[in-house]
Design a protein around this ligand. Structure first.
Ligand code: ZN
Ligand code: ZN
Length: 204
């Protein structure tokens, strides 16, 4: 599978390196913390980062962004609503509590339905509010990066500011429509397969 996963920081956020096996180009998804470890993994695999993409703006998913942008001179892409949630008072407080730095302004604001690409990499953006207003799913090569929208056998909480249970249910409806063999890569915890989640996840 064309990805690598590292769990970083106190909340064990999954950072994904989505890459092309032939060109080594890669996207960095949700670099939450521990920039040095992420950089070491990139260098070990001889990957060529093209952009940092965020599944949403919560502090635990963005803590290493600034360090990576300056190390590799990358653009930062996230949903327009995620840019707002990232700057919220609550998110600033959480970032301060965990000693995490919030990123500079995004280079590009993503919208539902667009395909984002760089070199030979391509991912589809699906807006999936519920856990937060700016949550997105990223889909490509049979992989679905679900952020904190869907976990193995669980879903993201909706009790944080901007969370909305009804919206989350609509977003889960979108996930159900993907091919059964889709690999689910959540923002925390183990990976899964959609077919399995449809059987075992009580929220799907
Ligand atoms: Zn979150
Ligand atoms: Zn999270």
């Amino acid at each position: 599978m064309p990805y690598l996963k590292l769990a970083v920081g106190e909340l064990q956020t999954n950072v994904y390196l989505f890459f092309s096996a032939s060109s080594r180009n890669c996207f960095i998804v949700d670099p939450g913390a521990e920039a040095e470890r992420i950089i070491a993994a990139i260098e070990k695999e001889k990957l060529l980062p093209q952009a940092v993409i965020l599944t949403h703006g919560h502090a635990d998913h963005v803590g290493a962004v600034t360090a990576l942008l300056s190390r590799f001179h990358l653009p930062l892409w996230l949903h327009e609503a995620a840019e707002k949630e990232m700057r919220s008072q609550v998110n600033r407080e959480i970032a301060a509590m965990f000693g995490l730095e919030l990123p500079p302004a995004a280079s590009r604001l993503l919208t539902n339905g667009e395909t984002i690409g760089a070199a030979d990499l391509k991912l589809e953006v699906i807006h999936s509010p519920g856990h937060s207003p700016g949550s997105i799913l990223l889909y490509g090569e049979g992989l679905l990066f679900t952020g904190d929208t869907l976990f193995k056998d669980d879903v993201g909480r909706t009790d944080l500011p901007g969370g909305d249970e009804l919206q989350l249910r609509c977003s889960l409806d979108k996930i159900r429509k993907f091919p059964a063999a889709t690999v689910i890569l959540p923002g925390h915890g183990a990976a899964s397969i959609l077919e399995q989640e449809l059987k075992s996840n009580p929220y799907l």
